[in-house]
Design a protein around this ligand. Sequence first.
Ligand code: RP5
Length: 168
Amino acid sequence: MANKKETTSNLVGILMGSDSDWPTMKAAADALNEFGIASEAKVISAHRTPRDLEQYAASARARGLRVIIAGAGGAAHLPGVTAAFTTLPVIGVPIMGKALDGLDSLLSIVQMPPGVPVATVGINAARNAGLLAAQIIGSGNTAMQQKLDTFKQKLAEESRAKNKTLAG
Ligand code: RP5
């Protein structure tokens, strides 16, 4: 568990409620890697280890983190409780569970009360969470902005190239 005085060179914290979320959440770390953004991944549960969550979220800014991504399934309180303890931007990733196709997680994460926002991406959309974190970091960073512009151009080229497969 992070000590309050500890610092980190990681810019993004990737939290998940259980190790069973990692196969989905890894896409956020992979997206950040593409932009050279260092991240740390941790299992912390709003229900099973709530005190660890408070300590992590409350000390995150002082440790040097700029964005927190939090993924959880079912009664997915992790992103919201994280946002309760920090003013860093929090991005929530609803994880598809075994029972209700992830709609339960989506609604748990997206319906935050006024004053405590969580930027919620789609169900299992951890890659988008990583890209959004890169864009948040890039909003005040010219070098990162150039990388994001190049990424967008590549995305557009790939989309236009799909027309060729329709031609045949
Ligand atoms: C949530 O419950 C986790 O985020 C996970 O998506 C789900 C199931 O957890 P495990 O039973 O795999 O530990 O807290």
